[in-house]
Ligand binder design. Structure first.
Ligand code: GDP
Length: 428
């Protein structure tokens, strides 16, 4: 399939990095199309662990990495990531391109995220990761951003950057936060210009040429569909279009360019943060604690603990319907070993009514009581499984029950963090 999109089906941390890495062996281009360095993907290649926040994961398999226009670029994070990859022996020379239309995270954006987080007092508001992503995206939509092309143009940079930095400082001070050092920021930006220039280009042209030439393009979603700014559990969402829905605006490829949509779902579900955002299937018990402990459910970027719960087929159906999903990749099923029964939420009971769709009303979602289908658990070690027949019968039955409840086939089952610890089911 020449153009494939892979994105997270839940609230993030599904193991997208591992699945993209697995699928990327034939990819010519690996593309990030939304979000920013608030993402964190962990990939194990042999003994080596790679933690990537901006660079497309498919780069590790030899694809050309593209940071497309829908991404907001923290240049310092990218610089550090390039250095880390080079030090770890990944040769990226000539294999990384940055869109000249991507917006640049400016030095006041991170402090502004944090100042805004601190200034909010009401319930029902979201906290950011404090990295400036939401403020940068907000500035983009207020026409107060700076794109890579603007940064690289000496004329535009001279006219606009100091103005934006001064304006950012006024806003910071208005919130009672310390201003940033403008001269230092200007000098930092000059440094970015020096090394970004050879990487920047019109990535829409690059991707259109590749598409027309029938090259393999892998589009990597960050965060996940239930954190989508339009379709997620607003306001407990991230600031971008996180599903396949973000591709056209985030890359410039037309909708019809996408041949295959794969969503990555954990065999259970997690949500970061101790109490933020509704979570109908949360398992606040020994099973939830097993998922957290065995699944190592702590954030790559923030270190925050993730709440754990049962697979939510109501949410998965919603996500698959919205994004035209062809198949699911089911990850971390090995973590469920020894839990019996395994529960799949098939509907919600909201005020005595059976609801099979995912409601927009957060209050209703908070009141939702999951209605479960129970499936017998398995006790076998799964990590050596490579083919369907290697999976124990009960694990296969669990996968089949998920397929049935979501109405979408599972094409890959991940049984461990390693690239090789993957079972291809060969589904459509
Ligand atoms: P992402 O942002 O969606 O890529 O997810 P993260 O990197 O935050 O979290 C996924 C974590 O689970 C990483 O540490 C992966 O190495 C690990 N992982 C991925 N797939 C599997 C799996 O099938 N089993 C286990 N045990 N770990 C996995």
């Amino acid at each position: 399939m020449p153009v494939t999109c892979v994105f997270g089906a839940q609230w993030g941390d599904e193991g997208k990095g591992k699945i993209v890495d697995y699928l990327a062996d034939r990819a010519d281009f690996a593309v990030r199309y939304q979000g920013g360095s608030n993402a964190g993907h962990t990939i194990y290649v042999g003994e080596t662990r790679f933690a990537l926040r901006l660079t497309p994961s498919g780069l590790l398999q030899g694809a050309t990495g593209v940071i497309a226009n829908g991404v907001v670029l923290d240049a310092n994070v990218l610089r550090d990531e390039i250095k880390m990859l080079t030090e770890q022996g990944v040769d990226i020379e000539g294999r990384l391109r940055v869109s000249d239309r991507a917006h640049v995270v400016l030095p006041f954006h991170g402090p502004m995220d944090r100042a805004l987080d601190a200034s909010r007092s009401a319930d029902w508001v979201n906290n950011t990761t404090g990295r400036g992503i939401s403020t940068c995206i907000g500035d983009k939509h207020r026409y107060e951003g700076l794109r890579v092309a603007d940064l690289l143009s000496e004329r535009v940079r001279a006219k606009r950057l100091r103005y934006l930095l001064e304006r950012g400082n006024q806003q910071l001070q208005g919130l009672g936060a310390d201003p940033i050092d403008i001269d230092q920021s200007l000098a930092e930006a000059e440094e970015w210009v020096r090394w970004l220039k050879p990487l920047a280009c019109d990535t829409t042209m690059l991707l259109h040429d590749a598409w027309r030439a029938g090259k393999e393009i892998l589009l990597e979603g960050a965060q996940a569909a239930l954190l989508d700014v339009d379709f997620g559990t607003y306001p407990f969402v991230s600031a971008s279009s996180t599903g396949a829905n973000g591709i056209a605006s985030g890359t410039g490829l037309p909708f019809r360019a996408v041949d295959k949509v794969i969503t990555v779902a954990k065999a259970y579900i997690t949500r970061v943060g101790s109490e933020a955002g509704p979570f109908p299937t949360r398992a606040d018990d020994e099973f939830g604690r097993q998922m957290q402990r065995v699944g190592k459910e702590f954030g790559t970027v923030t270190g925050r603990e993730r709440r754990c719960g049962w697979f939510d087929a109501v949410a998965a159906r919603y996500v698959c319907r919205l994004n035209g999903v062809d198949t699911m990749a089911l990850t971390k099923i090995d973590v469920l070993r020894g839990i019996d029964p395994l529960r799949i939420c098939v509907a919600y009971d909201i005020d005595g009514q059976r609801i099979e769709h995912f409601p927009a009303d957060l209050d209703a979602l908070q009141r939702a009581k999951p209605i479960y289908r129970d499936v017998a658990g398995f006790s076998e070690e799964l990590s050596a499984a490579r083919r369907r027949e290697d999976l124990p019968e009960r694990a296969r039955a669990y996968v089949a029950a998920i397929e049935e409840e979501v109405g979408v086939p599972v094409s890959l089952v991940s049984v461990g963090p390693e690239r090789t610890e993957t079972v291809s089911l060969g589904a459509a």
